[in-house]
Design a protein around this ligand. Structure first.
Ligand code: G3P
Length: 249
């Protein structure tokens, strides 16, 4: 794996002109102008979402049918409750496998709230539905992405987000981060505005590497987000500061 830091988030052409520096070129390339890596929680558990939201770093939430099933509640009920907790993009996945069914579900889900993002599987029907929904200005998250070519298809049909599954690639002996790097390069080559949402994140190192690669968003379980804070040197350093303060006060 090579960290392609120079390429990450850099629009082509690579000339350091005033236009480039003031962002005009970025606009012309339809390049996302965001300069913030967003953190989404990957869960349907509203207690976890409330706890993490208190940290002030949760920008959105992703769910999938497995995560919703764990709650024992309906998707609509869970999504509606999440919307009241987090004011940001909330991904809700369709169940249909055929385009017409996907479109019907997507339009219903989109009516719940403007923050609802329609999660579609990276299949022929899913990509086709993505193209139609993007003309209706319904935001989409194309999920179950395991290759750069699949990510290219999602961008070509106007996906708002693409979700490469890093952890599941690692599970079968690949390096999921190579995929993030490839997608970043391809999207920057053509100025696609589709955001790279690093998904299936299993540990803090995935978050760090996704940030180095220039992923726009990292979605992670509550446990991983909580672990981002922790470092034994911080704990030990604080103990020493407090002990020193207590000795003279
Ligand atoms: O929400 C999609 C993705 O993040 C699933 O992760 O851990 O089930 O591979 P995981």
């Amino acid at each position: 794996m090579v960290f392609n830091r120079m390429y990450a988030r850099t629009p082509t052409p690579l000339f350091l002109t005033d236009d480039y520096l003031t962002g005009t070129v970025a606009k012309e390339n339809n390049q996302s102008e965001k300069n913030n890596m967003e953190f989404f929680l990957d869960t349907g558990d509203v207690d976890e979402i409330r706890a993490a939201a208190a940290w002030g770093i949760v920008d959105g939430v992703t769910t999938n049918p497995s995560l919703i099933a764990k709650t024992g509640r309906s998707q609509k009920e869970v999504i509606t409750e999440i919307i009241d907790i987090v004011d940001g993009p909330i991904s809700a996945e369709v169940i249909s496998t055929h385009k017409d069914g996907m479109l019907q579900e997507a339009r219903q889900l989109a009516q719940i709230h403007e923050n609802v993002i329609i999660k579609l599987p990276l299949t022929e029907d899913g990509i086709s539905a993505c193209g139609i929904l993007s003309t209706e200005e319904i935001k989409t998250n194309v999920t179950l992405c395991f290759s750069a070519n699949q990510a290219l298809l999602a961008a070509k049909n106007g996906a708002t987000y693409v979700s490469p599954f890093i952890g599941r690639l690692d599970d079968v002996g690949h390096d999921g981060m190579d995929l993030i790097e490839d997608i970043r390069t391809i999207y920057d080559n053509y100025g696609y505005a589709t955001e790279i949402l690093a998904a299936s994140i299993r540990h803090p190192t995935h978050v760090r590497t996704a940030a180095l690669m220039g992923a726009d968003v990292a979605t992670m379980p509550y446990k991983v987000m909580k672990n981002l804070f922790s470092n034994p040197l911080t704990d030990r350093g604080l103990e020493i500061f407090l002990a020193d303060h207590a000795r003279v006060n």
